[in-house]
Design a protein around this ligand. Structure first.
Ligand code: URA
Length: 288
């Protein structure tokens, strides 16, 4: 008879195995099942690397503000984010999954019930666009329109994003668009830390598998989640950062632009930097 663990330990082991499964690591599961599962699981768990701090129970809510290891790309812009590594972010700490692709990731996500957001969702909003896009936009989470259609950024903010993409000389189908969480938060509130932690492995795998040249974080939630920082977005908006081998820029969320149209000028400046990086033709400067 396999040895039984105390319930709380068993739960921790299960959570941890599920996390690794979400990351595409299935090797441990080949020995699961009746008869011997306890021993196999215990051995497997003993050999796991430590969980990224952000996933540890005690670290989830109200954690002390820590910056992710980020480097500015040369020529180095003086940035408050260019700091020595102060603890790995959720994403930096996890290895890439070999031969991953969006279909596999979608399959692994399944009809997800990993966090409480599933209770109120109509459709999972996985992400949409070119699986080989050079440019990925990451938003916060689906709103009502997205939840109904199962597609990201199709509501009012989405229409503005589409216009921004077209102003860059691209089509939506040229880029990939996704969100930090894949289910609509109630009343369009910001996703909570446990929801972000449950969904993040999938976002990370999506970005890794697309391998874009540039990631644009739309708004504070996407920027803070990916960069693991509590700093306000206005402190680093428009600066080039590096993240897992990609250039990353944070800019304001289109929904913010709908409420605050003068900020469109800042976003357009940021997008022009992205265009230059991607070799897209910049608009001619109008004569004064
Ligand atoms: N806002 C987001 O952050 N994402 C969407 O998909 C739609 C609105």
């Amino acid at each position: 008879m396999p040895e039984r663990f105390p319930a709380s330990l068993q739960q921790k082991i299960e959570d941890r195995l599920r996390y690794y499964e979400d990351m595409g690591i299935r090797l441990f599961y080949t020995d699961r099942g009746p008869g011997g599962a306890g021993v196999a699981v215990r051995e497997a768990v003993a050999s796991f690397p430590p969980l990224p701090p952000v996933l540890q129970e005690t670290a989830l809510p109200k954690s002390t503000p820590k910056l992710a290891p980020m480097k500015a790309i040369p020529p180095p812009a003086p940035s408050p984010l260019v700091a020595p590594p102060a603890g790995a972010s959720l994403f930096e700490a996890v290895d890439k999954v070999k031969d991953d692709n969006l279909l596999k990731i979608r399959e692994d996500l399944g009809e997800c019930t990993r966090c409480k957001l599933h209770k109120g969702r109509n459709k999972i909003v996985f992400g949409d666009g070119n699986p080989k896009a050079q440019l990925v936009f990451v938003g916060e989470g689906p709103g009502a329109d997205e939840d109904m259609q199962g597609l990201p950024f199709v509501g009012r903010a989405g229409k503005l994003l589409t216009q921004m993409i077209e102003a860059m000389g691209l089509q939506r189908s040229d880029v990939y668009i996704c969100n930090v969480v894949k289910c609509r938060p109630p009343e369009n509130r910001a996703p909570e830390p446990d929801e972000v932690a449950a969904c993040s492995p999938f976002l990370m795998r999506q970005i890794d598998s697309i391998h874009p040249k540039v990631i644009v974080c739309l708004g504070a939630t996407a920027a803070k989640t990916i960069l693991n920082t509590t700093r306000g977005i206005s402190q680093f908006r428009g600066e080039w950062l590096e993240w897992r081998g990609h250039k990353l820029m944070a800019t304001y969320h289109p929904a913010y632009l709908l409420r605050n149209p003068p900020a469109k000028a800042d976003v357009w400046k940021d997008l022009q930097k992205v265009m230059a990086e991607l070799g897209l033709q910049l608009p001619k400067k109008s004569k004064a």
